[in-house]
Design a binder for this molecule. Structure first.
Ligand SMILES: [Fe+2]
Length: 507
């Protein structure tokens, strides 16, 4: 079907949260949603994309990079959770507005071994088991670095990231895998390296930084905070390296930064490794909320900031579970931190099929604001929006500073859980919201916000969204105007990309 016939006539723009029109969007068809989950069939090189709707963005130059699971089934066996799928990188390079697509699987050691025999031979963190039952899986603690979570450029290399192990370096043009990298000796071989680096334009250092971390966890958890030069000839050089050890097991997927602080939220969960050791569950399925435990903020002074050399602060955090933070900023002696909170840790149980889950059984993510008082060592939580959402961003120029606007993927309906079908822009001060919806048969991903090069206004720029078009069972790239969420351009992609994870924009 050509795009014109599909035409997204169901897209609604609602300009006020109080407006009930957003509720009128039809509920989704689960097969439209689950049809995205299939193996990516081919690797393409610099294929020009044809516009289906709108116009090319004149003078746009740069590359959109996206990562996500690209292999979900081998020899008839499905992964237990899409997060266990091998990473596949898509790059869409814009040359004066004309996009070209290249895609490659990350050729990790495990991918190459399994590709040869078309069979899963590693257990997955999120519950994928080797064939042969519990006996075959018990005491097998080897894992596959699946490089499927995020993709960023650091120095001359593109890095495919997966938080439990080291980054894979890729050639920035061809996306061919160079191999596991230690970043010129910064990391030990295969050392944990977070999949949520922050590009910091607002630090006290003189140049752009890439700030990231690695965690070694156990009865105590050590956070290694690293700050790399991210501009000019010395891009990729490690400038700052600091380690802090905290009591207890820590599950830290993401963090937030301000010019002076790195902020981590240790969720109130326990890790019971026994079912993993016994071959019954994946490691992530052994995480469980502990209602008797307090979540903690670990607030680490940045060595590029005013409080360098000082010890970290540990402050009780609100209840709930967080994968992703949106942004943080400093206000006198407070840190204001926006995050997506779940009532509990969402996990796909051993007997559930991820392609047929009942969304109502899982907690939904809600945008909430923590106010952390560094003097009194207290924190308070308020809900910004009750609508289910994920993958929220601010203008990258505002990262670490006050931001008025945030853009995110949200459900079409206002309350309850469901697949992410809309892009929402919220004014974090007035709470006014506008939407662009791909419903009823379209499903969105993390919006990547690219600020305008000719305007410094916070909400001027573009949003890039990879969309699963359930009607034609294929992927589209949609470009929206960040200010009013008007559709500017839509491209039908020549590959089908499963619902993915994170990405970045490289100028
Ligand atoms: Fe993430």
């Amino acid at each position: 079907m050509i795009f014109g016939e599909n035409d997204y006539s169901n897209h609604l723009i609602v300009t006020n949260l109080q407006d009930k029109k957003i509720n009128k969007i039809q509920s989704f068809n689960k097969e439209d949603w689950s049809s995205a989950y299939k193996n990516v069939e081919k690797e393409l090189t610099k294929v020009p994309l044809t516009i289906s709707k709108g116009e090319n963005i004149k003078d746009l130059n740069g590359t959109l990079l996206r990562n996500g699971p690209g292999i979900l089934e081998r020899g008839g066996q499905w992964v237990h959770h899409p997060f266990d799928g091998d990473g596949m990188i898509t790059s869409i390079k814009f040359e004066n507005g004309q996009p070209f697509l290249t895609n490659r699987f990350v050729k990790t050691k495990g991918y190459l071994e399994e590709e040869k025999i078309n069979k899963f031979i590693y257990r997955g963190v999120f519950g994928t088991q080797k064939n042969g039952g519990i006996l075959k899986n018990a005491l097998d603690l080897k894992f596959k670095n699946i490089a499927n979570t995020h993709v960023v450029k650091l120095g001359n290399e593109v890095l495919a990231l997966w938080e439990a192990a080291g980054p894979h370096a890729l050639d920035p043009e061809s996306l061919d895998t160079i191999g596991l990298t230690t970043l010129k000796g910064v990391l030990k071989p295969n050392e944990a390296f977070s999949a949520h680096p922050k590009i910091d334009l607002n630090s006290n250092a003189s140049s752009e930084l890439l700030v990231t971390f690695g965690v070694q966890t156990g009865p105590k958890s050590t956070i290694r905070l690293m700050e790399f030069n991210n501009a000019g000839e010395n891009a990729g050089e490690l400038l700052i390296d600091r380690k802090d050890t905290f009591n207890g097991f820590a599950f830290l997927h993401d963090f937030a930064i301000t010019p002076n602080w790195a902020i981590f939220l240790q969720n109130a969960i326990d890790f019971n490794p026994l079912p993993f050791l016994m071959g019954q569950k994946g490691a992530a399925q052994c995480l469980k909320s502990n209602p008797n435990k307090k979540a903690k903020f670990f607030i680490i002074p940045r060595e590029s900031g005013l409080f360098k050399g000082q010890p970290p602060l540990v402050i009780d955090a609100p209840e709930g579970f967080v994968f992703h933070h949106v942004n943080a900023y400093e206000k006198d002696s407070e840190i204001i931190l926006d995050s997506i909170f779940y009532d509990d840790f969402p996990s796909v149980g051993p007997d559930e099929n991820f392609r047929d889950i009942d969304f109502n059984k899982y907690p939904e993510g809600k945008l909430k604001r923590s106010t952390i008082d560094l003097k009194k060592k207290t924190s308070a939580l308020e809900t910004i929006s009750k609508q289910c959402c994920e993958f929220a961003v601010v203008n990258p120029r505002n990262l670490g500073l006050t931001a008025t606007f945030s853009w995110m993927a949200s459900t079409s309906q206002k309350l309850g859980n469901g697949p992410l079908q809309a892009i929402k822009k919220i004014n974090l001060i007035s709470k006014e919201e506008i939407y662009w919806s791909a419903g009823p048969s379209g499903f969105v991903s993390e919006p990547i916000m690219i600020p305008s090069e000719i305007s410094s206004k916070e909400d001027e720029g573009f949003l890039f969204i990879l969309l699963w078009n359930g009607e034609r069972r294929g992927s589209d790239l949609v470009i929206l105007d960040a200010k009013d969420l008007k559709e500017l351009a839509v491209y039908e992609l020549p590959i089908s990309i499963p619902h993915g994870l994170h990405g970045s924009w490289v100028n």
